[in-house]
Design a protein around this ligand. Structure first.
Ligand SMILES: *[C@@H]1O[C@H](CO)[C@@H](O)[C@H](O)[C@H]1NC(C)=O
Ligand SMILES: *[C@@H]1O[C@H](CO)[C@@H](O)[C@H](O)[C@H]1NC(C)=O
Length: 152
């Protein structure tokens, strides 16, 4: 199998992870993603991985510097996830982050900001149904000023 085939295979495999009921116990498995080369797009939407699964995922993404799009809609992430997502700051190519449907709240957003303020390539951030209050307004405005972000 040549490299291109191999990556397409991985791509298909990873796309099939959508809504396949990965639970919080998936953390150790997600950690193993370190062994996959050049992951660009990951969508784990509808898998209730929770904060615990997210921790494993962040470990797994440490060496994934080519990652451009991370989609974690409705993954049961809580206010604690913001701090965990801080590790995203090591991924310099991130263009899209989809977190809708996770009640991360203002507290979660604050943690997340640490990771996002250094993301020069970030274009899309989706935070629908994230239980943000008016307090998040100024935080998001700051972020918009410092990045090329198109907030939705
Ligand atoms: C991610 O997967 C969900 C569930 O299959 C799908 O609804 C959504 O459109 C996908 N999003 C992206 C950005 O690929
Ligand atoms: C949303 O945030 C408020 C505080 O701003 C909190 O009291 C409430 O429990 C949160 N709701 C959910 C679903 O997390």
């Amino acid at each position: 199998m040549n490299v291109r085939c191999f990556t397409s295979f991985l791509f298909l495999f990873l796309h099939s992870l959508r809504s396949c009921q990965l639970s919080t116990k998936s953390g150790p498995v997600l950690r193993d993603m370190n062994n996959i080369i050049n992951l660009e797009d990951l969508n784990l939407s509808l898998n209730p991985i929770g904060d615990e699964g997210l921790e494993g995922l962040m470990e797994g993404l440490k060496s994934q510097t080519k990652l451009r799009s991370l989609t974690l809609m409705n993954c049961k992430l809580s206010t604690k996830s913001g701090t965990i997502l801080r590790d995203l700051k090591n991924i310099n190519n991130l263009e899209e982050l989809h977190l809708s449907g996770n009640p991360i709240g203002d507290e979660g957003l604050e943690g997340l900001m640490e990771a996002l303020k250094s993301q020069t390539k970030l274009r899309i951030l989706l935070l629908e149904g994230c239980n943000l209050s008016t307090k998040s307004g100024p935080i998001l405005r700051d972020l918009k000023k410092n990045t090329n972000l198109d907030l939705k």
